[in-house]
Design a protein around this ligand. Structure first.
Ligand SMILES: [Zn+2]
Length: 315
């Protein structure tokens, strides 16, 4: 099962809608089907339950039975047979079929049963539910956040975008292979829309995936940080070991004070050890900063041995 069909399953199961919402959902489904005109009112889908929902909504909202065809390839086409039937369906939604462009007529979204405590108007939510069933899809949120509506008519697609934007949902418009696509990439907007439509389980799934991804990113970031720290230690140790080798080959090592000799020997023998660990190995034990100070001193002597030799001689 894809994430899209999970969402659709959830939406189809929503029952006991008030009459205003049944009207609005049927309007969304029919208007955003394959065609909504005098010549053809139909929906084509791979999803049998979606096709059945089209039939039952048409029956309840328009009191007209739609027909259902199944192709050998498993495509379902729900449609209204006969001009008279189509004329009646159009009139239920205050359309004549002679409109020059298809638009969302918000007069069909009466929001009669809207709960005053809720921000979402009942029929707007039901309408979007119908629209999603007809032309919506969503990507698997494990892979990407993407929800879209594929719409044949530009003005209709822009009306849909406007309605979504009115609810603060960040929907955008693009044209892909001559069809209009209203899409949402923002994960919070997708969650909001799913919640609004009533697909609460799917919305929750996105939230859970986000939490999981956040934790994983945090772990990765911490590992990267630790690795970066480790490589800093390794590079520093490499420089120190080279400096000490140079002191030996220059013949300076033998004249160094004992505490520097001790640190130099421990560093050569333990190139992976941290400064704190070297301090622990010293006799007597030394602090991290004391070790650091002596290693810096060794490096500076190796860079400029003559100057340091004089100083050592003076001591
Ligand atoms: Zn309503």
């Amino acid at each position: 099962m894809s994430f899209s069909s999970d969402i659709k399953d959830e939406l189809i199961k929503i029952e006991n809608m008030p009459p205003c919402c049944t009207h609005a959902m049927a309007y969304g489904m029919l208007l955003f089907g394959r065609s909504f005109s005098l010549g053809d009112i139909s929906l084509m889908t791979d999803n049998e339950s979606v096709a059945e929902k089209y039939l039952s909504l048409a029956d309840r909202a328009c009191n007209i039975s739609a027909e259902l065809n199944v192709s050998p390839a498993g495509k379902y086409t729900a449609f209204f047979d006969g001009d008279e039937n189509r004329k009646k369906v159009l009139s239920v939604f205050s359309c004549t079929g002679t409109e020059r462009t298809l638009r969302i007529d918000r007069g069909n979204l009466t929001n009669d049963a809207a709960d005053n405590d809720e921000n979402t108007s009942c029929c707007d939510a039901a309408f979007l539910r119908g629209v999603f069933l007809s032309c919506g899809t969503a990507s698997d949120p494990n892979k990407s956040y993407h929800l879209e509506f594929v719409v044949s008519y530009k003005t209709l697609s822009l009306d849909l975008m406007k309605l979504l934007n009115d609810y603060g949902i960040k929907a955008k418009h693009m044209v892909r292979r001559y069809v209009n696509v209203i899409y949402i990439k923002d994960s919070e907007s997708i969650e909001e829309l799913l919640t609004m439509m009533g697909a609460h389980i799917s919305a929750m799934e996105i939230m859970n995936i986000k939490i999981y991804k956040d934790v994983r990113n945090l772990t990765n970031r911490r590992n990267n940080f630790e690795n970066a720290n480790l490589s800093r230690t390794v590079f520093a140790s490499f420089d120190q070991v080279s400096a000490i080798r140079k002191l030996k080959s220059d013949g300076v090592f033998s004249v160094l004070p004992d505490d520097l000799k001790q640190i130099a020997t421990l560093r050569i023998d333990n190139p992976d050890a941290s400064l704190r660990e070297i301090g622990e190995m010293c006799e007597p034990k030394m602090s991290r900063s004391a070790v650091n100070h002596r290693l810096k001193k060794l490096m500076s002597i190796s860079e400029n041995p003559e100057k340091e030799e004089e100083k050592i001689d003076e001591q």
